[in-house]
Design a protein around this ligand. Sequence first.
Ligand SMILES: Cc1ncc(COP(=O)(O)O)c(C=O)c1O
Length: 355
Amino acid sequence: MEAVMNNVTIEKAKTSKIKDVDFDNLSFGSIYTDHMLVCDYKNGQWQAPKVVPYQPITLDPSSKIFHYGQSIFEGMKAYKDESGSVWLFRPLENFKRLNKSAKRMAMPELPESYFMDGLTTLLQVDSDWIPQSAGSSLYIRPFMFASGNGFHASPADEYKFIIALAPSGSYFSGKVKVLIEKQYSRAANGGVGFAKTGGNYAGQFYPTRLAAEKGYQQVIWTDDNNHEYIEEAGAMNVFVRINDMLLTAPTNDRILDGITRKSILDIAKDEGIKTEIRKVSVKEVVEAAKNGSLKEMFGAGTAAVVSPISAFGYEGVDYDLPELEDSYASLLKKRITDIQYNRAEDKFGWRHEVV
Ligand SMILES: Cc1ncc(COP(=O)(O)O)c(C=O)c1O
């Protein structure tokens, strides 16, 4: 049985898996809803998007995704408020970033209506899957990859855009201990660090594993030149508070232009917190840790929202951060999540209702 909503064809799953899900004990991104959105690119254009039952994908072994890694993705969330209304947070920013990544990876850009109408239709079909309990949300994973065939090292002629949904609990529990990286790099000048492409993440796994063996949960990435400046925290942007000044690196072609990062900067300004977007050197962070002016460090990203750092390691020494009662991290996390879950006024116009 097929239906059509917002110009999107819907093929409903015959049975639902929802009764098997324990919504009180959700992990992050490991169970998936009944449906997904699929949109194919062929003959030089995007075909109409469809909502279909969640299912495996069959690909030819010569599909270019397997060989040349043409793949990009986004990460967003849908939030259900107390009255059951469903909200997205700045979804057009994710859409624009998806196309920025697509362009860099020589992949076709997606029309805005396919993204927004496809996503809202999928969310309406699977709305029962959006958790309502505190701290939970529906994680949204839009992604695109080269499904076209051929061993020739050139862009594919066919692609698939898919949106999959995963009801999720919190990403990290508690504070994280991080290692400031001195050897490996996440991204390079002129490279693809600003794009959300799979290889950027695959390249992080090995150094992150080495850090984990030494007791650190995350790596703080530094510039690829001399490893002098702090750039990102794992798959998050990073903030450093020295005295009462909140610092974060400017985005460039090595750093992902995080939506949480820019929202935090706006909220901080609104709270009267002094902010500076500038290069932050490892040296000054180490010195601040030694003289007591380093008050906080935290990662910022959609999955964990704000993730406080308890300690960092650098050149064999661990530096602990103080436990603050009124941290910027908790204030900023509360302000941003209150907007996301429709618990507070949205003076910035960031909330987008799914109707
Ligand atoms: C490398 C990297 N940096 C930063 C972020 C944070 O971006 P956002 O706040 O848009 O989720 C992410 C997550 O998407 C990321 O993968």
